[in-house]
Design a protein. Sequence first.
Length: 366
Amino acid sequence: MSEQKDILVLPGDGIGTEVVPVACRVLEYAASRCGVNVRLQEGLVGGNAIDAAGTPLPPDTLQMAQSSRAVLLGAVGGPKWDDLPTLERPERGLLGLRAGLSLFANLRPALLFAPLAQASSLKQELVSDLDILIVRELTGGIYFGEPRGIEVVDNERRGVNTYVYSEHEIERIARVAFELAELRQGRLCSVDKANVLEVTQLWREVVSQLAAEYPSVELSHMYVDNAGMQLVRAPKQFDVLVTGNMFGDILSDVAAMLTGSLGMLPSASLASDGTGMYEPVHGSAPDIAGQDKANPLATILSVAMMFRYSLDSPDAADAIEGAVNAVLAEGFRTMDIMPADSQGTSSLVGTQEMGDLVLGKLEASL
Ligand code: IPM
Ligand code: MG
């Protein structure tokens, strides 16, 4: 048996507690079939951790995460914790894990599953076969820049955040993006606001200087406002997009919607040593939590990414993605991807049943 790999499972809040156990069944099954020796441990993060331990990222959660090969996270947050100050909110748990594990590279694929083409808000011909990868810098930029805060100056409050990137931070995320572009269609678009912000002028310079080292990649640059517009106008012009933390946050939600459902999209956040945190792009969806309505596919597909990037098992990744496709092709849909006028061609299923269906397909292929 191969060396044991520890996986920290953090269901978090809301639908995270429903989709993560389903994805763990897929994880354990695929690992056992592909000879990957995993040990799953569970921890607290987000609102649940605030309730149980008084902090969104208890020290033992961070410590377990740091000694694990990978983390599988559900979602954090909910109305119960909305009134807390910024630095005490559930989201800080997520940001603390990103920083504490140095997960600087966030990969957010926006992939259209052919059977869901009609669920997109765009015309089918604009999105058919859509396959974009957003590479978002995750441990720097305005999310982490100092100084930050709200202070009183001249009898009024003033809010401050700092948008800052050093050359090495730009270079390492750009290299990840160039390398991924080499494996895909070879087109990389770097998104900035270099017409206004000096920090992104530096970004553009550093990215441009690297281009010579990746001759098979065609590099272009785009201002973020235009990129947002182009994503909804003609998304298929993009292959890989690379950008900073905040622009990446915004553009990845836009790209996600193009594919028809936020409930379908996985993400990987990687450190330079292959440690990774894997989570669905969607949030905790408190409005449907606890009702067996949530779509577990984004979390299941996050497990596929974990096999690919942290567990060195592309076969397991392919098999999981294939199983998801097969279940969709047979017409099974959770509520969020159920077409309004399905005329009997789709069957509505809940979280658990969707998980059972994927496992069934996986059992047939692995
Ligand atoms: C995301 C989320 C987070 C972010 C929040 C929950 C802090 O929107 O992962 O995209 O802004 O990074
Ligand atoms: Mg976001």
